[in-house]
Write a protein that binds this ligand. Structure first.
Ligand SMILES: NC(=O)c1ccc[n+]([C@@H]2O[C@H](COP(=O)([O-])OP(=O)(O)OC[C@H]3O[C@@H](n4cnc5c(N)ncnc54)[C@H](O)[C@@H]3O)[C@@H](O)[C@H]2O)c1
Length: 364
């Protein structure tokens, strides 16, 4: 089984991403970061029982002085302030200090919360990401965005905080529910669509193998997606410009998530459908051919993601998108493709967006 290591190039905040099957057992990868240190594993009640014992044994083998664990309830609804407080409680109750290493073991929710806790505890402690969903392996564990939700908005409280290492054990995907696997594929398709047509071809050709969890194939796409994300993040760590292209499909997607109530449509499902809507808008604007737009839709459907928006009504859609944090001084900014394999942000004619939504099935 192939193992990959790549580097996120951020000057003194650079860090490696290790990708491979079985890496949870590789003490040598943890050793430089945890030897002689106290470690706090932050996980949840689903992932902890599956993988925490193995991780703990490896950390001990890697020379960790002590290993503690905090297990949070599972779910986006717990990505909140009271649950975050439990991480600080555990750190303080166990007499953790500035040298303690926080290891986030779980999907994007745990990665975002663990990273935010690490950024704030004693003004910043070392942090390692061990992502266990496909979405977190290809997306949320890379790039340093951490945070929690506020009742008035998703991911509204947070910090940019880079980990010391990302360790991705592809074999953890064996226990991931099918629906979550498809959500990760949405972000993978996105990476191909915005940055690399050859990669999009490869994903399209290998969709059955990816859905069947061929670990060699999954490792390859995790590697390529991380490369694409790392390259964009290296150019624009704090999303002043180009990093925004990673939000392709997200403006429509966030409206779907918010409009349906969080948890009804998963994030990746909303992004998948959001990309199909955005591609259709691009076609109407002459930025994509009809074939390209139809092809992207087919790839989304092949990944077992929804391609038809919920009937929220066009007015509601527009209102939700205007509320989205990517709406800049009143005008909504869209990430639009310049043919497959390239993207940029731009406003779009409101009447055309409305027409697109209506004809795609979002209601009247
Ligand atoms: N920081 C970023 O740049 C960034 C980017 C994208 C998304 N996000 C955030 O990531 C979150 C979504 O992440 P997610 O899709 O990983 O969801 P998640 O963390 O909620 O995980 C999905 C589900 O899978 C379970 N799970 C995780 N790994 C498993 C495994 N190996 N086997 C069995 N079950 C497993 C989890 O317990 C959970 O029930 C959102 O909060 C989103 O805002 C952050």
């Amino acid at each position: 089984m192939t193992q990959y290591t790549l580097e996120v190039d951020l000057g003194e905040r650079s860090y490696p991403i290790h990708i491979g099957a079985g890496l949870l057992g590789h003490a040598n990868l943890f050793q430089p970061h945890v030897n002689g240190k106290t470690v706090m594993i932050c996980t949840n009640t689903t992932v902890g029982p599956l993988y925490a014992d193995r991780l703990k044994a490896t950390l001990q083998q890697a020379g960790a002085k002590q290993t503690h664990m905090v297990s949070l309830p599972d779910g986006e609804e717990f990505k909140d302030w009271p649950t975050l407080q439990r991480v600080f409680d555990a750190l303080l109750q166990n007499h953790c200090d500035r040298k303690t290493v926080l290891v986030a073991l779980g999907g994007g929710v745990i990665g975002d919360m663990g990273g935010f806790a690490a950024s704030a505890f004693m003004r910043g402690i070392p942090f390692i990401q061990v992502p266990t969903t496909l979405l977190s392996q290809v997306d949320s564990s890379v790039g340093g965005k951490t945070g929690i939700n506020h009742p008035l908005g998703k991911n509204m409280i947070g910090a940019f905080y880079q980990p010391q290492m990302v360790l991705t054990d592809i074999a953890t995907l064996n226990t991931l529910p099918d629906r979550e696997l498809s959500c990760g594929l949405a972000e993978i398709i996105k990476h191909g669509a915005i940055a690399d047509t050859e990669y999009l071809d490869m994903v399209e050709d290998n969709m059955p193998g990816l859905l069947n969890r061929d670990l060699e194939l999954l490792a390859l796409v995790v590697k390529r997606s991380c490369e694409i994300k790392a390259e964009v993040v290296s150019k624009d760590e704090r999303e002043g410009g180009i990093r925004a292209i990673l939000n392709f499909g997200h403006t429509f997607g966030h409206a779907i998530e918010a409009g349906m109530g969080y948890g009804q449509w998963y994030h990746g499902e909303a992004v998948g459908c959001g990309m199909v809507i955005a591609a259709d808008l691009c076609r109407r604007m002459g930025r994509l051919s009809a074939e390209e737009s139809a092809r992207l839709k087919k790839i989304v459907i092949d990944a077992r993601l929804p391609a038809i928006p919920p009937r929220l009504g066009v007015d509601k859609f527009m209102e939700l998108m205007a509320h989205d944090k990517k709406a800049d001084s009143g005008s909504i900014k869209y990430v639009l493709l310049n043919g497959l394999g390239g993207a940029s942000t731009s406003p779009a004619d409101e009447a055309l967006v409305r027409q697109t939504l209506q004809e795609m099935g979002a209601g009247d």
